[in-house]
Design a binder for this molecule. Structure first.
Ligand SMILES: [Mg+2]
Length: 393
């Protein structure tokens, strides 16, 4: 049995050149940030995880790093890293984890959502990476093996106005993508402009490209219904977060008014939140972010729940290479994951942090079969872009 000898968290902060910055309802994106979790074992293995406190590119990661190193590190040192389900429960339930094990119910700590769950997500992903490396197999083998060799990837971007969005779509098609998601909602000055952008884009890319729109949860029920009506001929694959996430009943009302599938869930945490979304009948696609919702372990619970409702899972992957690699391992082994996000904001954490490449072939990404998650963060990159977080506290 090996044991955990170190637990570290890095706040990765990469500036975005001014000409590559985009602006959305979240503001202007001047840097891409994420949390890199690094677990070390006494037999010299290193496991990498990723944890996020923001669904977009920004965010202050000092609190998350402190959660990992101050709260979780003492609980993890000396533990067997292969005991993933038990460690997840230990971190989620704290001093009452033994009650959870004895009674088969959850006894969560007060911070059972928010930064605590993001930190737990990163630790969980790193534990799966360690286990795969220990056994010399990709993580998908630990989940039951492959059910696919490649996964359809959608280019995630689309901030251009009506005069440019058609060209933006054509560029992604020329790169080989067969699916593209754009921003709508409060990113646009009006519902009519959102509808116009969708129509222009559909006309530009033709009928064979999957198109999705994402309103970041910013519209009212009436506005969302109106937008659905105005683009009903555009054959959208989904409408993401049409209305505020704090009122899922509104999303259900939109869903009942249209045949455009509704997608949501990127900021939800744990199977319990997704159970509520599913039971309400609010969604056709759930989108947990593995670096927020509880890691690979929790994503597998969420995928099973979704499958019982005949709902697909499309992982939210607006983050770095470790998160992206984790999404690919989940997609490889999970029948109801049929498409995944490929971030096209300016993102050095995805494209420059690891030597491994994610190649697009016929609109799909080949799932790697290297041990663990199959990516190796470059120590020089991590050192250069790690922002000191202890002084920020
Ligand atoms: Mg989204």
């Amino acid at each position: 049995m090996s044991s955990i000898t170190d637990v570290r968290a890095h706040w990765l902060h990469t500036p975005i050149p001014r000409d590559r910055q985009h602006t959305s309802d979240f503001g202007r994106m001047e840097s891409f940030n994420s949390g890199l979790i690094v677990l070390t074992t006494d037999d010299g293995r290193i496991g990498y995880g990723e944890a996020k406190v923001h669904v977009g590119s920004a965010g202050d990661y000092a609190g998350l790093c402190a959660q990992v190193e101050h709260e979780f590190r003492p609980l993890l040192l000396g533990q067997d890293p292969e005991r993933i389900a038990g460690l997840w429960q230990d971190l989620y339930c704290g001093s009452r984890a033994h009650h959870a094990r004895e009674h088969g119910r959850s006894f969560p700590v007060v911070g059972r959502r928010g930064i605590t769950l993001s930190a737990l997500s990163g630790v969980d992903i790193a534990l799966w990476d360690l286990k795969g490396k220990a056994l010399g197999v990709p993580v998908y083998q630990l989940f039951g093996g492959r059910c696919r060799d490649r996964i359809l990837a959608y280019a995630s971007g689309g901030w251009s106005g009506p005069d440019q969005i058609g060209e933006e779509g054509k560029r992604f098609v020329a790169m080989g993508y067969r699916a593209f998601k754009i921003r709508a909602g409060l990113n646009d000055p009006s519902i009519d402009v959102s509808a116009e952008r969708v129509r222009v884009l559909r006309a530009a890319v033709g009928p064979d490209v999957k198109l999705m729109i994402d309103a970041h949860g910013t519209l009212s029920v009436a506005e969302a219904k109106r937008l659905c009506r105005k683009v009903e001929e555009c054959d959208l694959a989904w409408f993401e977060e049409p209305t505020p996430v704090d009122y899922p009943e509104a999303m259900r009302e939109v869903r009942q008014s249209t045949d455009i599938p509704i997608a949501a869930g990127e900021s939800e945490q744990t199977r319990y939140a997704f159970r509520d979304l599913l039971a309400l009948g609010a969604v056709d696609v759930v989108q947990p972010d593995l670096a927020i919702s509880g890691g690979l372990s929790e994503a597998r619970h969420i995928a099973s729940l979704a499958s019982a409702y005949q709902v697909q899972l499309a992982p939210h992957l607006w983050g770095g290479a470790v998160l992206f690699a984790a999404g690919m391992q989940l997609a490889a082994a999970t029948p109801n994951v049929v498409i995944m996000e490929h971030c096209h904001g300016h993102n050095p954490l995805l494209h420059d942090m690891v030597p491994e490449r994610f190649e697009l072939v016929d609109g799909c990404l080949e799932i790697p079969d290297r041990p663990g998650l199959g990516v190796t963060p470059d120590p020089d990159f991590v050192k250069e872009y790690s922002r000191p977080w202890r002084t920020a506290l």
